[in-house]
Design a protein around this ligand. Structure first.
Ligand code: UDP
Length: 472
């Protein structure tokens, strides 16, 4: 139904140009947003790097424009999603990609604008980490809208970062505050929940650039929804001073006509859906740590035996490169396969949205990337949290403390250990406590359905976004 809205949805065939950050957790929401705008009558042009390039064949309705950048940058410091590099490598890569893309993007954008005629183009929708592209668009007098793929609370943390440094919360090393201390200006975050991306200086630069991108934009698009983050959205609008419109159009995957799998960089193993069919409702634990988070070989062993020891049926995504220092598939501990053959399945990549939607799934052990967190909430699936870096710690805080739909497997600084894993899984999937979390997640699911339904807050936010885009 991607073209159903053409001519009726407000876009009237005007062009929108999009440029996602080439990482899975950023590509997915940008393609979902593109799907929504296309259904509202916009023609979509996708600018992309060769690194993690999308497959044009899966989106015949869009135009694709490659932006060639220097070879070392196009390969990326990570050779694919999660090649075992630390997060420092990803942050440096994002900064390098900005610098390297600037001039080729200017050439490509100029050519496209000449071809379409300026009036036919509404704006550029660009990932919040691509400040250089906002600058390029401004040079050609094209307005930009920024898509932030994290929560509203997360962006407030970005805005507060300089003040947190000034108050001595950060950098954590040498901080006068304790990890469990609350951050008074950012409740409910504790010090340990604050955004961290490896080296302090790199994090500071990345966040400052993201704030600058929003400041220079004609609007901020957020993959969140009113019922999930009402006070956070109100605070963010206050913090931004009313000068920049904020469009809370999430959860994008529920509004978008294009299926999630269509922007997946790895091929999803669909056999897990038939496997889930054979299981009782809410009886299976789904385990996945997204596209970048890695674990040590020791953590893999403890995770495996913890899952085995819980006695709960499981579907576990073990992606190539997930174990730090290894490029290929992880070697599972000896005896694990025999011990779990009857009730477990390991895949390299799953059709996650379909998995979470499946009635057999009773819990999700996640790294709390924002996409995974919202996808879980919107299917009423409670979570076991094991945040790794970035906004994941803050997202886990909301899951446990605000929405009360999950809890952390182990506390901050505690080692992952099979006994604790076993207990946590049983608590989530089998015990009463977990059942109550599932019920609360079910309530959130209902709210997500309301928000995305006709006249709901996100549906109205899309209307407002389209109107705004037509005014640019
Ligand atoms: N995903 C998937 N299959 C998997 C694991 C993840 O399709 O086996 C998708 C998931 O649905 C989500 C995205 O990959 O949309 C991961 O984004 P998230 O923000 O959760 O984490 P990141 O990968 O950015 O750390």
């Amino acid at each position: 139904n991607a073209s159903a809205g053409a001519g009726h949805g407000g876009g009237h065939g005007r062009h929108v140009l999009v440029f996602p950050l080439p990482y899975q957790g950023h590509i997915n929401p940008m393609f979902r947003l593109a799907g929504i705008l296309h259904a509202r009558g916009f023609a979509v042009t996708v600018f992309h790097t060769q690194f993690n390039a999308p497959d044009p064949a899966r989106h015949p309705e869009y135009r694709f424009v490659p932006v060639p950048v220097a070879e070392d940058c196009d390969k990326g410091v990570v050779s694919g999603p999660g090649a075992g590099e630390g997060i420092d490598g990803v942050v440096s890569h994002i900064l390098a990609l900005n610098a390297a893309s600037e001039s080729p993007f200017l050439d490509r954008l100029r050519a496209v604008l000449e071809e379409y005629s300026r009036d036919a183009v509404s704006c550029l929708v660009v990932d919040g980490h691509l400040l250089s592209m906002v600058h390029v668009a401004a040079r050609l007098a094209l307005p930009s809208l920024v898509l932030r793929t994290g929560s509203a609370a997360c962006f407030s943390c970005f805005l507060a970062y300089p003040s947190l440094i000034a108050q001595g919360y950060l950098p954590l090393q040498g901080s006068k505050w304790k990890m469990e201390d609350e951050v008074s200006e950012l409740p409910p975050y504790r010090v340990r929940d604050l955004m961290r991306l490896g080296k302090h200086e790199l994090t500071r630069e990345l966040l400052a650039r993201s704030v600058a991108a929003v400041d220079a934009s004609a609007g901020l698009i957020l993959n969140t929804f009113d019922a999930l983050e009402q006070p956070e959205l109100a605070k963010l609008r206050r913090d931004l001073g009313g000068g920049i419109p904020v469009f809370d159009v999430g959860p994008l995957h529920m509004l978008s006509p294009s299926a999630g799998a269509s922007s997946s960089l790895l091929r999803a193993d669909g056999t897990c859906l038939a496997w889930l069919d054979a299981h009782a409702p809410a009886s299976v634990l789904y385990v996945s740590f997204g596209s970048l988070a890695c674990m040590t070989a020791r953590e893999l062993v403890e995770t495996a035996w913890g899952i085995a020891g819980s006695g709960v049926a499981f579907l576990w995504v073990v992606r190539p490169g997930m174990v730090a220092g290894s490029e290929g598939l992880a070697t599972m501990p000896e005896g694990f396969e025999e011990a779990t053959r009857e009730r477990g399945k390991v895949v390299e990549w799953a059709p996650q949205e379909d998995v979470l939607r499946h009635a057999a799934v009773g819990g999700f052990w996640t790294h709390n990337g924002w996409n995974s967190t919202t996808e879980s909430v919107c299917e009423g699936v409670p979570m076991l949290c094991r945040p790794h870096f970035g906004d994941q710690t803050g997202n886990a805080r909301y899951v446990e403390h605000v929405w009360k739909v999950g809890f952390e497997v182990v506390g901050a600084g505690e080692e992952l250990e099979r006994g604790k894993v076993e207990k946590a899984i049983r608590r989530l999937v089998v015990e009463k406590d977990g059942g109550e979390m599932r019920a609360r997640a079910g309530e959130l699911r209902k709210k997500a359905v309301e928000c995305t339904g006709k006249g709901g807050s996100s549906d109205l936010a899309v209307d407002a976004l389209v109107k705004h885009m037509m005014s640019l």
